[in-house]
Design a protein. Structure first.
Lengths: 330, 642
């Protein structure tokens, strides 16, 4: 090759590399990390990105140069030089990618191992997914509809599901784990900054998949201690706690609980609906609809409500929930 | 082995049309009209009989009835249209009709709606059918992109949305990409090998007719009362076994498409192994044939696994078995292992034939031999072998055995090496060539650049930690579209434009072809590139609703996707008008060396009036006096005398 063409080739490669780098750096691709594990995952991401930009530049340089330089005129019926191969070149472009992917693999394996290790005295939280809500149970036996973590202290999340497969993800914490019925999967998260972040279900789980959301509050050490001593945010009527723990708001709208789910019938209109259904007193109708949801289906809604609540909710709590719904209904 | 082409001694005229009552018993749609209801009755009778004998009530129940009918009614269709005639005559001891080749060639458009044993007719049947389902699948995508243009509920409820997403993927994979390659391969492979037809022409016809059946079943599922299949194309248990009735359509539709795929692959394998022209050694085969050889091996080995996964999940539902039901001691993740043991190789089933097409197009349009021909063939084989050792990279967050993650990451990374070899060899093929930027070449270059991006995002996803963050988000959606649209669909377009003159005997409009390319290329990138960002930032896939902060980008993506959809209209118009009134094509408009271009466009009814004698490699551009094959050799040299 002539020297001039090498310079042109390198120039195209540099331009491609500069564009690639600009796209990588100027767009905020990743959410701001809020955990140690996320920091490590972001490192693997940037390590891979550097290699990707290099590969992209080389390919673009060769492709761009060829398109510019080797264009044939429409009336050109000549053939190119009959080059069949070049053994050294072929060995080189087998070996270099092999080295690069080995490097990425090693970095990834190390980070994966590190991300499985919890710090001292980890907080153990049981995460239960069901259509279409999350519940979080703490070592003291209390259950909440959202997750509360302490900054700087690792948490081991023991994740399972009551029905189909769901997946637990907090983008800022990067860690993700499927919730599989009949199986307990563990992940570790170590928060590094306070704030409130979304908990998202990422595995298609049915009608309410898109709104199967909760949130995680990451509190400073002092705030977390206060939260624990107050026993969490359990203010309001006892039925509200039952409503939240069982994720009713994932599917139903109910103004007193600030729930706005749209998969199932609107519980604000409970009285109207009970009158239409005509299945005994309001109390009886509400209880029947929770324990045996298929008994009466509001027109226009599928038979989609899980049939597990009869067993899942203890009798006393069920009574609280029914009372809460009946009182709040308009 | 030597395969002699049929001597074209007898005339191949259309069979005389049957008259009177014979019209009802002769193969065709009239016979379908009464055999299909008959088979519906048989299915109904079977269900009632079994339930009555077992003492189950009610005697008629929708799920078992539907399951059985989705076997018997399509069988009735195949019997009616004549897919089994020859074998039925043979098996029942009646005289088989002597092969008069009346099922060869197409004389009018009506012949494309009959059981035809000519690989050239079947190839066109395949391509046209798959383009139809490509349009339907694309339309579904535009419907749910309309829903996603804004957060909140606009046009569809979540059930309908899930149906649209599930069927978009199912149609594009099972009824477009996989069979479109089967169609192009069907047309081209026997020609490239110097054979008169495929090894099993009747099986070939049958495998085509399974395809519209699968398509109709999937489409019918969408309008089932109670809701269509909505568990995604992956149909994960146990969600999939607890879906409305329409889900059975998905489970069964996949079986018909899979059966079609397996039959075609067997046919390709036997054809490639036994029907090569004299002198056509394996190392003289065009890379498209190599690509379909490896693909067919993948199909034959892997496809039974998806059949198994769909049967098991359906048994859980219909027969109340507990393969994947945790309450009954089933193994939930077992479904994913079996499913991905097919569906990862399926990614290569959807990619390797495209690699073959690109090798043909780039060599011919660059006027240079394929760089490193043997390594190109060997890297296909390497991808084939490695492709079976990476399935669990789809399950890094699924909760499978922890030790399995790092080995699966390493094998997934290693696949980048043979894939890289192919990319670099194509670039080296173009180097110092004389590039002709025809439409197929533009699509080949579009493929090359887009596939590099898809391959690089694949490296991110192969890395377990990054995959943990990006899994099940729009980053995945972006990645698979860069691989399956920027990859597979671009190669299918390249192949269709490249062989259009051979298939139809007419030239397409080059200016419209280029317009189609640029609209597709720009529309594609505007639609799918922003999805990388959406996913990494926290938008999960398969959601009908999303956070407000993603609203602007989603609106942009939706508008771009409508543009991308509209670009297909240019393609359709070009194909339809050129097929009808395009200028007549020469035998070899691209000045290619491979055998399909050494016969007329379209080729004679049995492909070669004279048996070609293969004497050299298929890509000897620039080598003075080099020939791939000669016609009229007095003593054809047998295969193996390289």
């Amino acid at each position: 090759m002539r020297r001039g063409s090498i310079i042109q080739l390198v120039l195209i490669g540099l331009v491609a590399g500069a564009i690639g780098t600009a796209v990588a750096l100027l767009v905020p691709w990743l959410p701001t990390a809020a955990g140690k594990e996320a920091d490590r995952i972001h490192f693997v991401y940037w390590f891979t990105t550097a290699i990707a930009i290099a590969v992209f530049s080389v390919v673009t340089a060769v492709l761009g140069y060829s398109i510019l330089k080797f264009r044939a005129a429409p009336d050109d019926f000549e053939d190119g030089p009959p080059i069949h191969g070049h053994t050294t070149l072929e060995i080189v472009w087998t070996a270099i990618p092999a080295v690069l992917v080995t490097a990425i693999s090693i970095v990834s394996a190390v980070v994966l191992a590190e991300n499985g290790k919890a710090g001292p005295d980890p907080l153990l939280v049981k995460v239960t997914a069901q259509q279409f809500a999350w519940s979080f149970t703490y070592p003291n036996g209390r259950t909440y509809g959202s997750l509360t973590l302490e900054k700087g202290r690792s948490a081991k999340l023991d994740i399972t599901s009551n029905d189909v497969i769901h997946s637990f993800w907090v983008p800022e914490l990067s860690q993700k784990q499927d919730a599989v019925p009949g199986q307990h999967n563990t992940i570790v998260v170590t928060p590094t900054r306070t704030g409130t972040f979304p908990v998202i279900c990422t595995e298609l789980c049915g009608l309410g998949h898109a709104i199967m959301r909760s949130h995680v509050d990451i509190l400073s050490q002092a705030d977390y201690a206060k939260w624990v001593s107050q026993g969490g945010t359990a203010s309001g009527p006892p039925g509200l706690a039952v409503f939240q723990q069982n994720g009713c708001g994932g599917c139903h709208t109910f103004t007193p609980a600030q729930a706005s789910g749209k998969v199932g019938p609107d519980l604000d209109k409970l009285k109207q609906e009970a009158a239409k259904a005509n299945r005994g007193s309001l109390d009886r109708f509400v209880q029947e609809s929770i324990v045996n949801p298929s008994a009466y289906l509001e027109p226009g809604y599928p038979d989609a409500m899980p049939k597990i609540f009869g067993q899942q909710i203890p009798k006393a709590q069920l009574a609280q929930l029914v009372q809460y719904l009946v009182q709040g209904a308009r | 082995m030597t395969q002699v082409a049929h001597a074209p001694a007898h005339a191949h005229e259309a069979p005389r049309p049957p008259r009177g009552l014979r019209r009802l018993t002769a193969p065709g749609f009239l016979r379908v009209a009464w055999v299909m209801p008959l088979f519906f009755g048989i299915g109904l009778g079977l269900v009632v009989l079994v339930r009555w004998a077992a003492g189950w009530h009610p005697l008629l129940k929708s799920t078992p009835l539907l399951t059985v009918e989705l076997v018997t009614v399509p069988l009735g269709f195949l019997v009616g249209i004549g897919g089994f005639d020859y074998w039925a005559y043979y098996a029942s001891g009646r005289a088989t009709r002597p092969e008069d080749h009346s099922g060869h060639g197409a004389r009018s458009w009506r012949d494309y709606f009959r059981v035809n044993t000519d690989h050239k007719v079947i190839g066109i049947q395949y391509v046209v059918t798959t383009i139809f389902f490509f349009m339907v699948g694309g339309l579904l995508a535009m419907l749910f992109r309309a829903e996603l243009a804004q957060p909140g509920d606009q046009f569809f409820n979540p059930q309908t949305f899930n149906v649209l997403v599930s069927n978009h993927a199912a149609l594009m994979i099972f009824l477009f990409v996989i069979p479109a390659f089967a169609g192009l391969g069907n047309y081209v492979i026997p020609l490239m090998l110097g054979a008169a037809d495929m090894a099993f022409p009747r099986l070939n016809a049958l495998s085509f007719w399974l395809l519209p059946i699968a398509g109709v079943i999937l489409l019918a599922g969408m309008v089932t009362p109670g809701g269509g299949p909505s568990a995604g194309w992956t149909c994960y248990a146990p969600l999939c076994s607890h879906q409305p009735l329409g889900q059975v359509f998905f489970n069964m539709g996949v079986q018909w498409a899979g059966a079609s795929s397996i039959m075609t692959a067997l046919n390709f394998l036997v054809t490639i192994i036994t029907m090569r022209a004299p002198g056509m050694t394996f190392w003289r085969m065009p890379l498209l044939v190599w690509a379909n050889f490896t693909t067919s091996l993948l199909v034959v080995i892997a496809t039974p696994f998806i059949a198994g996964s769909q049967f098991f999940v359906m048994f859980d539902r219909v027969l109340h078995t507990n393969f994947f039901e945790p309450a009954g001691g089933g193994y939930v993740l077992g479904y994913q292992h079996i499913f991905w043991f097919y569906s990862h190789p399926a990614v290569y089933i959807m990619m390797l034939p495209g690699f073959g097409i690109i090798s043909e197009v780039i060599a011919v349009m660059s006027r240079k031999p394929v760089f490193g021909y043997r390594l190109m063939a060997l890297s296909l084989m390497a991808i084939l072998v490695l492709g079976f050792s990476v399935w669990a990279h789809h399950m890094f967050v699924a909760g499978m055995a922890g030790w399995l993650r790092v080995p699966m990451m390493v094998t997934s990374m290693v696949i980048a090496v043979p894939t890289g070899i192919k990319i670099f060899s194509w670039l080296a093929t173009m180097w110092e060539g004389r590039l002709h930027f025809t439409t197929p070449m533009l699509f080949a270059l579009g493929f090359l650049s887009m596939f590099v991006i898809g391959g690089l995002s694949g490296i991110y996803l192969a890395s377990v930690p990054i995959d943990i963050h990006a899994s099940d988000t729009y980053f995945i959606v972006a990645h698979i579209h860069y691989v399956l649209f920027g990859g597979s669909v671009f190669t299918i377009f390249a192949g269709i434009y490249y062989w259009f003159p051979k298939m139809t005997g007419r030239m397409y409009d080059e200016r419209l072809g280029k317009l189609h390319f640029w609209l597709t290329f720009v529309g594609f990138n505007l639609t799918f590139f922003p999805m990388h960002y959406l996913g990494l930032q926290g938008m999960p896939r398969r959601v009908a609703d999303y956070a407000h902060r993603f609203a602007d980008i989603n609106l942009f993506v939706s508008i771009a996707s409508f543009g991308l959809g509209a670009s297909t209209l240019v393609f359709l118009y070009n194909m339809a008008s050129s097929w009808a009134h395009g200028p007549a094509a020469e035998a070899n408009p691209w000045r290619a060396l491979t055998l399909e271009w050494q016969v007329s466009s379209p080729p004679p009814i049995f492909n070669f009036d004279e048996i070609p004698q293969v004497v050299g490699h298929p890509y000897e551009y620039g080598v003075p006096g080099a020939r791939h094959a000669i016609f009229g050799a007095t003593h054809p040299e047998p295969v193996g005398a390289d």
